[in-house]
Design a protein around this ligand. Structure first.
Ligand code: SF4
Length: 427
């Protein structure tokens, strides 16, 4: 366990992007689901623009708009919308997401979901409002809501369940790698369909693929008495080696992936040569900052600061060990960060949605951290994409764009699922 003084908490904005955005990848991942947000025109506008929804696309998510009249009623009536969703989309599960306004109005979501739920069509409450949740954290809420529907596995059923939403190709890659190492797989949480949720019990090893799921991991440990793998997250050659060696060890399988790791580093030499000695400042808010900073440090970069909305000592313990000596900050104060950026003059800033363009405007090389959440950077197959995502900004700044304007995501161009890479639009 790292020493308590290893990171500090400041008083900055918790995050810059609303938790509702995770709907964009979760509705694609859970193919028989529907996501209903009880919200306002602001929420509808956010989803419409970030997810680039076409009016004829019939996406499996919607916003039930609160109107002025709803402000005076104790509980909004959305039974009509539920019936319509059932009729039009025939989902196996409906997720009912909270948003800022009904939370301020004290809508009792748990009770509302309960009254709308039937054995044939569960309606599950998912806390996701932008008041409390970053866009990645609401996946944690969705998985917590799904957990009661995972069958209980008997103690003798010792298999791995991979935790976290990854696209189908990445999931297949992990299943194949596990088979190669002789690790039995029970499934993925979330699964591609509601009816395919994996059995979880005292013999289950939960292998987290995403660093933003500490709450569901804790709930799994408490409710199902299963083991949560303590390892690095499977990003980069160093992360993948530790992840698979530690996971195999849970099954009594001894593997040495030193050669595999060395070969993976070898394949990205052109990137590590560029990253070595570069000063990198993490000021983003995706909750992926710790493993990304650890990977860059292993590439030879100097991490000037690694800020992130929240750090969980237990869930992130192995990443924290590798970041010993790096200044780590929860909820960073942006004014202080700007002063430190001016002092240290980092070569690359991994920034959030609010700050990327102002930083670029100041001539700094800034990359929007959210991009990493949508790239297939997991596992051995993702190593090159991970390294390229960092070096692309540096190369463009050095060679192609003397003004330092790195391509950034623009609203309406958000990929539709984790790992779906779409062309970037340059400013
Ligand atoms: S939930 Fe809150 S932060 Fe998110 S879009 Fe709606 S109003 Fe904005």
């Amino acid at each position: 366990m790292p020493p308590k003084s290893q990171f500090i908490r400041e008083d900055g904005l918790y995050h810059s992007f609303c938790g509702l955005v995770s709907v964009g990848w979760l509705y694609q991942k859970i193919k028989d689901s529907f996501f209903l947000i009880l919200g306002t025109h602001t929420c509808a506008h956010l989803l419409q623009n970030t997810l680039g929804v076409m009016i004829f696309a019939r996406p499996r998510f919607a916003v039930s708009l609160l109107e002025e009249a709803d402000l005076s009623s104790a509980q909004p009536d959305i039974s009509g919308q539920i019936a319509e969703i059932k009729r039009e989309h025939n989902p196996s599960v409906i997720f009912l997401l909270s948003s800022c306004t009904p939370e301020v109005m004290k809508v009792e979501f748990e009770g509302l979901a309960h009254t709308l739920s039937t054995p044939e069509l569960p309606v599950l409450f998912v806390p996701a409002s932008g008041l409390d949740f970053t866009f990645a954290q609401s996946e944690d809420s969705v998985l917590q809501a799904l957990l009661p529907f995972c069958p209980v596995a008997p103690p003798e059923d010792k298999r791995v369940v991979f935790l976290g939403s990854v696209n189908d190709a990445v999931a297949e890659d992990f299943a194949m790698e596990a088979a190669r190492l002789g690790i039995p797989v029970a499934g993925f949480l979330p699964a591609s369909h509601f009816s395919e949720l994996p059995p979880i019990g005292p013999g289950t090893i939960i292998a987290p693929l995403q660093p933003f799921l500490p709450k569901v991991a804790s709930q799994l440990r408490n409710d199902r008495n299963c083991t949560i793998l303590s390892s690095l997250f499977p990003f980069g050659p160093d992360g993948c080696r530790a992840f698979w060696e530690d996971l195999a060890a849970e099954f009594g399988i001894k593997v040495d992936l030193a050669e595999r790791e060395a070969a993976a580093w070898e394949r990205i030499t052109s990137h590590t040569e560029l990253l070595r000695g570069k000063k990198v400042f993490f000021a983003s808010d995706t909750l992926m900052e710790l493993p990304l900073a650890r990977f860059l440090r292993a590439c030879g970069a100097e991490i000037v600061e690694c800020s992130t909305p929240a750090i969980n000592r237990r869930f992130h313990s192995r990443e924290l060990e590798r970041l010993e000596g790096v200044p780590l900050v929860e909820q960073p104060n942006f004014d202080r960060q700007l002063r430190d950026i001016a002092t240290h003059q980092p070569d690359l800033i991994i920034s959030n949605m609010i700050t990327t363009n102002p930083l670029v405007g100041k001539g700094l090389v800034a990359k929007w951290g959210t991009e990493f959440a949508f790239m297939p950077i997991h596992g051995w197959a993702g190593v090159n994409i991970l390294a390229t995502t960092f070096t692309k900004a540096l190369r463009r700044h050095a060679i192609l764009d003397p003004l330092g304007s790195d391509p950034v995501w623009t609203m309406g161009l958000m990929p539709s699922a984790p790992g779906d890479v779409i062309p970037l639009q340059e400013l």
